[in-house]
Design a protein around this ligand. Structure first.
Ligand code: ADP
Length: 446
C-alpha cells in the first residue's frame, strides 16, 4: 500500500511539474489549456513506460533459471523483486536441508549390517542398501523401479511377500544357495513395504553344530551306560562265579572310566570356552610342562614305546600351565595310543625363525590319510571310531589342543602320512615365548 501511494505521489508530482512547465509555456505562448493537457499526457506516458521496463526486468529474471540475483530496483518493483528472491532462497535453503537430512538418513541405513529395501505399492524397488542388494543379488542402481518379484525369484520370498501376513520372519536360502537369509517384511505408508534381511548363515551353522554336539555327547554317554545297565542286570539276576564276577566288574570299570574321561574332556572344553584368555605376562618354564607330560606318557606306554624328550630347558612361555600341560598331554596320549609297540615318540621344543616356537609331538605310528587332516580337530571326529574308543579316546583330544593353541595366540599344525607316522605341532607366537636368559635380564632390570 505504502509503495502504491508513493508511486502515485511520484506520478502526481511529475504530472504537476510537467503540467506546470507546459502551463508556463502556454501562458507565455497564450495557449494555457492545450499545453497543460499535452504535458500531463506526456508525463503519464513516461511513467507507464518506465514502470513496464522495470516490470519486464523482473519478469525476465523470473523466467530464467533464477540462479543470479534478482534485478535491484527501488520502489514497488524493487520491493517485489526483493521479496520474491527472499522467498525463493529460503525455499531453496529448506530444500537443501531436507536433502541433506535425507542423504544422512540413507547413509545411516547404508551403514546398517542388515539389508534394507523399500518397495512401493506395486512391489517395485524404491531404494535398497548395498547389504540388501548383496543378500538378494541385486544392483541398487540398475534395479531401481523394477518389480522385486521379477528379480528375486526364491519361491519362499515371493510367497511371503504376496501372502500379506508379515508377523514372522521367513527363512530361505540366498540366491546362490551359499547363504541362509532371514527376511522380515513391514508394511508402511500407502501400501509400501520395508524389507529387512539378515544373513543368518553363521548362526544356523553354530546352531547345527550345537545340535550335533548334543547328539554326539548323548550318543557317547548312552553307549557305556547301556553296557553298564546290562552288566548290572546280569549281576543282579545271575549267580556268578567269583571269576565271572571279577570279569564283569572289570568290564564295568572300563565303561565308567570311559564316561569319566568323556565328562572330564567336556568339562575341560567348557572351561576353555568360558574363561578369559591366559594373560601374556605370566611366564612359566616350558620344561616343567614337558617333563610332567613326558612322565605321564611313559606311565601310559608302560615300556611299550621309546619316548624321547628334547629341548625346552632354556625356554619360557607366557600362558596357562594347566592348559599347556593338558594340550601336550593329549598329543602324547594320542601318540602312545596310535603308535604300535616298539615305536619311537619324540617330544620336542623347537625355536622358529620368526621368533616363535613350537611344542612338537612326533611319532612313527599308524599315520593319518590326507583327506582326514582338515577335520581332525573337530569335536568327536575320529578316523577309526572303534580304535579310538578301544584305546580310551573321547574324540575331543585334538579339539582341546586346538583351543589351547588359539587361546595362546597360536595354532595347531598337523603333518601326517598314512603308515608313516605323524607330527603335531602346537605353534606359539613370538609374543608368548622367550629364552630363559631374557627372563633373568628382565628380573635384573626390575
Ligand atoms: P581321540 O580321543 O579319538 O584320539 P582326538 O581328538 O585326540 O580323539 O583325535 C582325533 C582323531 O585323530 C583320532 O580318533 C585319530 O583317528 C586321529 N589321531 C590323533 N592323533 C593321532 C596320531 N598320533 N596318529 C594317528 N592318528 C591320530
Amino acid at each position: 500500500m505504502g509503495w502504491w501511494l508513493s508511486r502515485t505521489m511520484t506520478a502526481l508530482v511529475v504530472v504537476v511539474l510537467v503540467a506546470g512547465i507546459a502551463a508556463l509555456f502556454g501562458v507565455l505562448m497564450q495557449e494555457a489549456v492545450p499545453a497543460m493537457a499535452l504535458g500531463g499526457l506526456l508525463a503519464m506516458g513516461a511513467l507507464v513506460l518506465r514502470d513496464s521496463l522495470r516490470g519486464q526486468g523482473l519478469m525476465n529474471w523470473l523466467r530464467g533459471p533464477l540462479q543470479t540475483a534478482a534485478p535491484r530496483d527501488t520502489g514497488f518493483w524493487g520491493e517485489l523483486a526483493y521479496r520474491t528472491e527472499k522467498a525463493l532462497r529460503s525455499r531453496e535453503q529448506a530444500l537443501r536441508q531436507e536433502q541433506e537430512q535425507l542423504s544422512q538418513f540413507l547413509s545411516a541405513i547404508e551403514a546398517s549390517p542388515n539389508g534394507v529395501m523399500m518397495l512401493d505399492g506395486n512391489d517395485q524397488i524404491e531404494w535398497c542398501n548395498s547389504v540388501g542388494a548383496e543378500h538378494f543379488g541385486l544392483d541398487p542402481q540398475r534395479d531401481r523401479r523394477q518389480r522385486v518379484t521379477n528379480l528375486v525369484r526364491m519361491p519362499a520370498f515371493v510367497a511371503h511377500l504376496q501372502g500379506n501376513r508379515y508377523d514372522e520372519a521367513v527363512v530361505f536360502p540366498g540366491p546362490l544357495g551359499r547363504t541362509t537369509l532371514s527376511v522380515l517384511v513391514r508394511p508402511y505408508g500407502n501400501g509400501m513395504k520395508l524389507v529387512l534381511s539378515q544373513d543368518i548363515t553363521e548362526r544356523e551353522r553354530t546352531e547345527a553344530m550345537r545340535r550335533d554336539f548334543v547328539a554326539n555327547v548323548s550318543h557317547e554317554i548312552r553307549t557305556p551306560l547301556t553296557v553298564l545297565a546290562g552288566f548290572v542286570e546280569t549281576m543282579a539276576g545271575l549267580a556268578l562265579t567269583e571269576v565271572e564276577r571279577q570279569r564283569v566288574l572289570s568290564l564295568m570299570q572300563q565303561q565308567t572310566d570311559r564316561m569319566q574321561a568323556l565328562v572330564g574332556d567336556l568339562l575341560t572344553l567348557a572351561k576353555l570356552e568360558g574363561s578369559p584368555r591366559p594373560g601374556a605376562d605370566r611366564w612359566l618354564p616350558v620344561a616343567t610342562v614337558m617333563r610332567k607330560a613326558h612322565a605321564d606318557a611313559l606311565a601310559l606306554s608302560a615300556g611299550r614305546h621309546r619316548i624321547e624328550i628334547e629341548g625346552g630347558d632354556d625356554a619360557e612361555v607366557a600362558g596357562s600351565e594347566p592348559e599347556l600341560y593338558s594340550a601336550v598331554g593329549n598329543l602324547l596320549n594320542n601318540a602312545v595310543r596310535y603308535t604300535p609297540d616298539g615305536g619311537l615318540i619324540q617330544l620336542r621344543w623347537i625355536w622358529r625363525t620368526d621368533g616363535g616356537a613350537a611344542l612338537e609331538v612326533k611319532d612313527g605310528g599308524i599315520g593319518i590319510a590326507r583327506e582326514h587332516l582338515p577335520r581332525l580337530t573337530e569335536r568327536f571326529y575320529r578316523v577309526d571310531g572303534s580304535r579310538s574308543r578301544d584305546t580310551g579316546g573321547t574324540g575331543l583330544g585334538l579339539s582341546i589342543v586346538k583351543h589351547v593353541a588359539q587361546r595362546h595366540g597360536g595354532e595347531i599344525d598337523i603333518q601326517s602320512e598314512l603308515g608313516h607316522g605323524s607330527s603335531f605341532r602346537l605353534v606359539l607366537p613370538a609374543l608368548r615365548v622367550r629364552p630363559s636368559h631374557m627372563a633373568a635380564a628382565a628380573t635384573a632390570m626390575a
